[in-house]
Design a protein around this ligand. Structure first.
Ligand code: EPZ
Length: 428
């Protein structure tokens, strides 16, 4: 297992390219299963989660050609004509729970699907009841047996049937599984209380490139008019708003000045507004987003919420910033039930944090962080601890960097290009 060794105290200065969005690439790559064609997916980030997705697509019988023509990211040609199974096995799904997004595509392409239940993860139970409710509304017959979901088309029919589906709570994954299945259903599906995350908007654009008929994506009401078949996808993965947010928060935390080229200010929305409230100067342009740090970081409370609210995937990184703010703040997590595992690790670095229910009260003190050995517990906690290490006095070692590698491409190289002193080493 690898670790990062960080010598803190150096401001991040310069510019970097943001990569393709992990949480867009995942559903988009599973959407290629919907048509037996050669699909082109550009700007796929080189991440461990993408390696897991590759294994899954190959398991399904697809052939995948990856072209690395740039320093970061790659273009994938996915030939889904070879799809020859309807089963997503436990030993693959357990390694990446987003594989559950193969359920909708397999069901409507193969007429049936047997997908392992993904189980929980470090940050929460991660139920899939809304995915199953939505597909049953479209007529799917669903059973759960020995840790698997078994789904079949309606008795005597060769397609699902479009209808209205109202989600009782916003779910990114359930919206994605439903939209993908609805593209090949008979008739129109109306989705109410759909997730509005940019990744939903972008997944729908990739489906439209295949000939799907979708409207309202990016809003809470999505209309999908089913078609008998889809064609080849031709889509470029848009920039990763969470990766961009991570580096921009790092600029303010380290007293630096960073431009994230390719970042979409619209998709970063409230995060940029909150960075401005801490005192940073934020410049939005066609080239990307620039954050120039302020001498003092003002404390700003956040409450995570579905888009366009403050993203839960930026909560841990924001907490790192608030630990060195000049005053007290409160960070409240409303999406997942166990997403504070970075708190004890930040305490080891000198942060003053009190967990009260689903909130953390932070006593911010400038320059309070001291380097220490800490352990990553999940993807965004890893990013939080690295940011804290960059802003701490002395040396920080962040163990179990495999968590980070799931969602950040070559973070050590990108940070080094911004002047950080960070090295990856084997954690013997
Ligand atoms: C996606 O997870 C992202 N993952 C997560 O990013 C992100 O944190 C999350 O959306 C929220 O924005 C991918 O896109 C691969 P949800 P997802 O369904 O789809 C409950 C990262 O760090 N729920 O929107 O699993 C659920 O328990 C990862 O990149 C049900 O109750 O999230 C949670 O409380 C972490 N039943 C809430 O909804 C269901 O059937 C939101 O979950 C589904 C979800």
């Amino acid at each position: 297992m690898d670790k990062f060794i960080i010598e803190g105290g150096k401001p991040l200065r310069g510019s970097l390219e943001v990569g393709g969005a992990k949480n867009c690439a995942l559903p988009v790559l599973f959407a290629t299963l919907l048509a037996p064609k050669k699909h082109v997916v550009g700007n796929v980030p080189r991440l461990h989660d993408m390696e897991s997705t590759l294994k899954m697509l190959v398991h399904f019988g697809c052939s995948v050609d990856q072209r690395h023509s740039r320093a970061y990211g790659s273009d994938w040609i996915v030939d889904a004509a070879g799809l020859n199974t309807s089963e997503a096995p436990y030993d693959l799904v357990r390694k990446m729970r987003a594989s559950f997004l193969s359920l909708g595509p397999l069901l409507v392409r193969r007429g049936q699907a047997r997908v392992s239940l993904p189980g929980g993860c470090a940050i929460g139970a991660r139920p899939v009841d809304l995915h199953l409710m939505a597909l049953e509304k479209l007529g799917a017959r669903i059973e759960q047996k020995s840790g698997y979901v078994e789904a079949k088309l309606p008795q005597g029919r060769d397609r699902l049937k479009g209808t209205t589906v109202i989600f009782p709570l916003v779910s990114v994954g359930a919206t994605e599984n439903l939209v993908m299945a609805a593209t090949l259903a008979e008739g129109t599906t109306v989705i109410e209380n759909a997730a509005k995350e940019p990744e939903i908007r972008d997944l729908c654009e990739s489906l439209i490139s295949m000939g799907a008929r979708i409207q309202g994506h990016g809003s809470s009401k999505i209309l999908v008019e089913g078609v008998p078949e889809l064609g080849a996808m031709n889509f470029r993965i848009p920039p990763d708003r969470i990766e961009a947010a991570t580096y921009l928060i790092g600029a303010q935390l380290t007293g630096g000045d960073v431009t994230v080229k390719g970042a979409n200010a619209e998709d970063l929305g409230v995060v940029l507004d909150y960075l401005e409230q801490t005192g940073a100067k934020v410049t939005r342009s066609a080239e990307g987003v620039r954050v120039e740090s302020s001498p003092v970081v003002k404390p700003v409370d956040v409450v995570t919420a579905p888009f366009p609210g403050f993203p839960t995937d930026v909560q841990a990184q924001w907490m790192a910033l608030m630990t060195i703010a000049d005053g007290d703040s409160v960070v409240t997590e409303t999406i997942f039930e166990n997403r504070f595992m970075h708190v004890p690790e930040l305490r080891r670095m000198g942060a003053q944090l009190d967990v009260v229910g689903s909130s953390v009260r932070i006593k911010g003190r400038p320059r309070c962080l001291e380097g220490a050995p800490v352990m990553a517990t999940d993807l965004r906690a890893s990013a939080c601890l690295i940011l804290a290490g960059l802003g701490a006095k002395g040396e920080t070692s962040v163990k179990r960097i495999y968590h980070l590698d799931r969602g950040y491409e070559s973070m050590e190289n990108k940070l080094q290009s911004l002047g950080a002193q960070v090295e990856r080493s084997a954690d013997t």
